[in-house]
Design a protein around this ligand. Sequence first.
Ligand code: ADP
Length: 430
Amino acid sequence: MTGIKLGCIADDFTGATDLANNLVRAGMRVVQVIGVPSEGQGLDTEVDAVVVALKSRTIPPAQAIEQSLQAMAWLRGQGAQQVYFKYCSTFDSIYSGEVRGNIGAVTEALMDALGTDFTIATPAFPDNKRTVFKGYLFVGDVLLNESGMENHPLTPMRDANLIRVMQAQSKRKVGLIDYARVARGETAVRESIAQLKSEGRGIAIVDAVSNEDLMRLGPALADMPLITAGSGVAIGLPQNFGIQPSAAASALPAPAGWQAIVSGSCSLATNRQVVHFKSAGHPAMALDPLRIARQQATGADVVAEVLAWAQPLLQDGPVLVYSTADASAVKASQSQLGVEEAGALMERTLAAIARGLVGLGVRQLIVAGGETSGACVQALDIRQMKIGPQIDPGVPWCHAQTAVSGIHLTLKSGNFGTDDFFSKAFTMLA
Ligand code: ADP
């Protein structure tokens, strides 16, 4: 197997999939690895890029650094020629007391480890309406600190000036490669980098307001050992390795086996998707946390009951098992069980059901819900996923190895996907 070209470290799970999806659309074959791989862990297939999905956005900086360095060492061991540190396109990370953000801390630790004196930082992702102009981050038409992010419970962002934000997190001096330079293309960007270096700056915020800007920026980054960015910058990098967009990049093995959906997401989009699927006449079983808590108190095996219901139906088409509910129902179960306990109970139950369904021969599985997906991936003992074609923006089909078999899997976070997402996804795979 030849080595990988690009090694990526993402600070959360759905962000990792978002980046992987962009790389695949730009022509790279990509695997997403869950958590820091163990030293001896290798790759199941030959790919151009690997995205290691961490959960390091809101953990203390020392831990975020340690995990990121371990991920980097493993990626380099796989042959990575360039390292990409991916964070959220709202540039947020833990911010409390003395801690002013993990992005700067992790960036500088990676720079030190790679022995490089310069990198860029830009969360620009125009497809998702995140743009950077004169160093200020816009979300849609408003500045970051007017977008609602100023009130985020864990990672509030009260300043849209990324030079100030990054400077507060970094020992190195931070500068700007502005819109006019990026618009003039590779040579102008390279001149700007040389200028910033001569001023003793080690990190540059880069303006970008369109995909064209990101495509122009890409070639100027070809020889940079470390890139730090949202998922947007990724669209301009595969060209540096002589890779062009192609359908082959998203090729997965042929689908087989039964089809099922497990949904623990209570987001509005998922509620609509559940209604849509049921109204098409497909079999569906609703799970109610209060009833499950009562049943479990009497020693009943809820998971076995659900699997017994599903087994005879699977040969006729997809089945849906869901705890998806509207806001008032969610409130009702939370007020009796507690928010965390209700969530943990459903995650445990749905993950065990997902495992049971795969045991029954399900080989095409949709999981709805970010936390629910994390629980299911863990229960299925999935360590890596080959990224396939995009179903809806940000949601690709993947292929993964479980303890029993290879399966096709898609992990849909709450508000993603059209109303007919479930049926559309299976049709697309077929
Ligand atoms: P999303 O991506 O839509 O946010 P998540 O899976 O991340 O979905 O989060 C949904 C959370 O709500 C999970 O912890 C899940 O276990 C929990 N949950 C699911 N169904 C219910 C329900 N009916 N009542 C209360 N909590 C629920």
